[in-house]
Design a protein around this ligand. Structure first.
Ligand SMILES: [Zn+2]
Ligand SMILES: [Zn+2]
Length: 183
């Protein structure tokens, strides 16, 4: 699976190479690179009364990007603003299931957001887990009831911290089968 990582608006660039390194260790037969281009945050995604951005509208722009850039099997957008999805106060990310486009937001993954003193490594680990989770959805994987599995739904950052960056055996097999069909 060829994964392109796309900045959506201004993001801390140093996180992106960490994802490039981390994702191929988790997904079988996968190569990852940072896309040079930056996608602007669509202006209509901002909802003033919530002071948040609509993740579905941003995800749709990533989908349009994937249609123009066929070098990648999947494009993972990375954004650094607070995002929500219909019916949810906030989300860590969103993806088409199945599909080619996924999005994660670093905003609520940053230790600072919770007044924590933890550093860059914690942000990277959380970002990797959410990136694997959303890319898992693009391969057709659903939420997993096992709390340690990366496909477990994160209701809060506590769930993200509790789960691993890895799939359970069953989900790994499903991811492997889905990746094999890409060739
Ligand atoms: Zn999910
Ligand atoms: Zn699982």
């Amino acid at each position: 699976m060829k994964v392109g990582i796309l900045s959506v608006g201004q993001v801390p660039r140093e996180v992106l190479p960490e994802l490039v390194q981390g994702l191929p260790k988790i997904f079988p037969d996968t190569a990852c690179s940072v896309i040079k281009e930056t996608l602007p945050i669509p202006a209509d995604a901002f909802v003033k009364k919530r002071n948040q951005y609509n993740s579905s509208l941003i995800l749709n722009q990533i989908k349009i990007f994937t249609a123009r850039n066929t070098a990648f099997d999947r494009v993972l957008g990375v954004i650094d603003v607070d995002v929500f999805a219909s019916g949810l106060n906030y989300v860590f990310g969103e993806a088409y299931m199945p599909g080619k486009a996924a999005l994660i937001s670093l905003c609520r993954l940053k230790p600072d957001f919770y007044g924590e003193t933890a550093g860059f490594d914690v942000l990277v680990m959380r970002a990797l887990k959410e990136a694997v989770h959303e890319l898992g959805h693009t391969l057709g994987l659903r939420h997993c009831e096992k709390a340690f599995c990366v496909m477990h739904f994160s209701n809060s950052i506590l769930d993200t911290d509790k789960k691993q960056s890895l799939f359970c055996g069953q989900d790994y097999l499903q991811a492997l089968l889905a990746i094999n069909t890409l060739r």
